[in-house]
Write a protein that binds this ligand. Structure first.
Ligand code: HEM
Length: 363
């Protein structure tokens, strides 16, 4: 695709089966469409894989007032929830597993998960009280009841299960793959790993776990995690967007209903934005004083109205998980085992290759 972009420019179309699809290359084209003309480029075409969601849940919901209300609600809920407490529960389980090889049996198949969620919903609804919020389900039910009290029909009973399934579906593999890629990059770059550990030892010490408040004192660690997200490409191509009305874009007329895809890979590998883009180099996110330096092209969560509502949570999870692991252990490949190259398998997500790792307690 990047080769095609050299020949055809930052905006070109390809025929995919019966459909003509527009491909956007590079940060500026994606920003212009998804952010500056967001209201036009934020439709969602029909994706048959998600038919079981009945056109509900943020990922598939068409752009409009219900989408906006539900997206704002989700982002506000995530921003105010005690994510740190929940993630720390997961970190405890992982550290226990590594230290004692004790597995918490929590793996469930997708179908079973849906059944479990359904049971939770029934349980929550029967014990629901207007004056308390035990979690996301209660918060969503409050919204449904508000509507019954005369508001608009933006949150319905029918939205509840698809919304929960969507958050589970979009929020689990994305984060766990990022953590796997992070570990693989760090194994390939022991000097980076050592620098993170030195920073953690200096700023946090060994008597307590890193917390979200520590992030401001850990610029190198923050930069390394940003570099992991720049290079891991877990979402190399954006989800499909739909043009909601005919638009003139960068000299082309794009008809209403056309599907548009952003090549995220082309953004993160743009040599003008990132010198030596293939190289894993956290220092590209640091200024001369060692503070974190932003780069507008760092958009692993995309931009605009269809950008990721889970960004805050995902970044918290990645930070808490990886720093807890690096504080507690040094990691290396098992003797005699070669580390796989940082080349993944492409699907809807870019999947990290399997590898084994030895965790050696640091204290
Ligand atoms: C490292 C982790 C993650 C990455 C890199 C990521 C990336 C993305 C990207 C690039 C999109 C935009 C796709 C598009 O253009 O249509 C997206 C959408 C979405 N993400 Fe994430 N995501 C992550 C974690 C999460 C988490 C933890 C949640 C939920 C708690 C989540 C929920 C969603 C949802 C619901 C959408 C659809 C939004 C919409 O259609 O408006 N994501 N994500």
């Amino acid at each position: 695709m990047m080769e095609w972009a050299k020949k055809y420019g930052k905006v070109f179309s390809v025929r995919m089966g019966p459909e003509t699809v527009i491909l956007l290359q590079g940060y500026e084209a994606v920003r212009d469409a998804f952010s500056r003309k967001s209201a036009i480029f934020s439709g969602r075409p029909h994706v048959p894989t998600f038919d079981f969601m009945n056109d509900r849940g943020l990922l598939v919901l068409e752009y409009g007032s219900a989408f906006t209300a539900q997206k704002n609600f989700t982002m506000q809920y995530i921003a105010h929830a005690n994510n740190e407490k929940h993630v720390n529960g997961e970190v405890d389980a992982l550290l226990r597993y590594i230290r004692e090889q004790r597995v918490d049996e929590r793996k469930v198949a997708w179908g079973e998960f849906s059944d479990i969620l359904n049971e939770m919903l029934v349980e929550h609804k029967t014990t629901y009280r207007k004056d308390r919020t035990r979690g996301l389900i209660d918060a969503f039910v409050h919204k449904i009841t508000e509507k019954e009290n005369g508001g608009q029909n933006l949150f319905t009973e029918a939205d509840l299960l698809p919304s929960l399934l969507t958050l589970y579906f979009t929020g689990s593999d994305t984060v766990s793959l990022t953590l796997s890629w992070g570990m693989l990059f760090l194994l390939h770059h022991p000097a980076v790993c050592k620098r993170i550990q030195d920073e953690l030892d200096r700023e946090v010490g060994k008597s307590r776990r890193p917390t979200l408040v520590d992030r401001q004192n850990l610029p190198y660690t923050t930069a390394a995690l940003m570099e992991v997200q720049r290079l891991n490409f877990i979402a190399p191509i954006s989800g499909p967007h739909k043009v909601r009305r005919t638009v003139n874009f960068r000299g082309y007329t794009i008809p209403e209903g056309t599907t548009v895809l952003a090549n995220q890979w082309s953004i993160m590998m743009d040599e003008e934005k990132w010198p030596n883009p293939q190289q894993f180099d956290p220092s590209r996110f640091l200024d001369e004083f060692g503070n974190v330096k932003k780069n507008v092209a760092w958009i692993p969560f995309s931009v605009g109205k269809r950008s990721c509502p889970g960004e805050v949570l995902a970044r918290q999870e990645i930070f808490l998980m990886l720093t807890a692991l690096l504080q507690a252990f040094s990691f290396r490949s098992p003797d005699g085992e070669a580390l796989p190259e940082c080349v993944g398998k492409t699907g809807s997500l870019y999947v990290c290759p399997d590898f084994n790792v030895c965790a050696v307690p640091r204290f």
